[in-house]
Design a protein around this ligand. Sequence first.
Ligand code: SF4
Length: 375
Amino acid sequence: MKIFLCYIVKSSEQFAAVLTHNVNCAPLISIREEMMDSDKITRQILRGSEKGGKTYEFDDGHDPKKPAQWWFQESDEGKILFIVFYSMACRYSKCLGCNLPSKMSKKHIPFDDIMDQIDYIFALPEVIEKKDIIDKVIVSNNGSVLDEDTFSSTALIYLIAVLNRNFKNLKKLAVETRPEYTDLEELEFISRALKEGQAFTQLEICIGFEAFDDNIRNNVFFKGLAKEVFEDFVAKLSKYQFELKCYFMLKPVPGMSDAEGVADIAAGIDYLSEIAAKYNVSINMHLNPTYVATGTALVDSFEKGEYAPPRLQDLASAALHSKNKDITVFLGLSDEGLAVDGGSFLNSDNEWMVEVLEEFNRTRNFDLLQKVING
Ligand code: SF4
């Protein structure tokens, strides 16, 4: 993101007018020239999907003026509004087992459509009603919000303007991205803009790490994330005291036993704790139990009986390892309706465990994990 605008706007229409004025400026013309041709990015998305063995279609028919999804959740950080904006799909798209790009478009979604999505969300009665008690907003596009070729920079600036004007008590803004799309100027600008709001709003950057084991992460899951790259990224965040969330998956690939899945997460917790202490960065591990997502290579292994989703008892065991460590753990407990039949970690027998684990998310009471482990 390289466009800095200094205007007060009241609606997406006014903001679009500001932009129309600005596109006549030479710097923006060169920025446009720098932008990758959107057909080229579409080809990149399709190549990535092929490499990852994806068979799903993209949701090209979705109304571009409405977000893909949004919901409220509770954690020990308070009330959270999670928004998944509808944009061009993740252009990496390779990760085994991930079908999040299937909820997005393989075509470019213009900035004014995304701005309309922002207006749509902030006009919802349930959002207006809670605007003074929402502590945190998480912004996602099922890919990288900081990749300006798939998510408009203009829309991102507009989002921050709307948050500053309306969410007077916002404590944290979390932005999902792959690390390679972050640059310091961009983070600094977002942070500076957030400081103009009435309350201090901390910036949190959320990235997918998925598995600790290098071979599993990069050669089996195709994450494309080296630890050296991760550590350089953490050093950047540290300079500005931004917070970090790392998404991990319990038992993300076939060939891993339940015990190996738990051991990988425990090793990930130890590693992140060391990194948090070394760089003085606040880190939260968001731990998701894997589900068999439709249209991914995991389906084949599941149908052949070579893969079963992890148990919630193992999720609790893995999280228990974070007790007295330098990081916190939040448990993902939704399959977002994206699992094949029987391929979810959720079933009618473990609904009570979900409730107990949700309480753990709100309270960080480790006794609750033991209760789930004991069954
Ligand atoms: S896990 Fe993230 S980076 Fe990988 S394909 Fe899915 S959305 Fe893209």
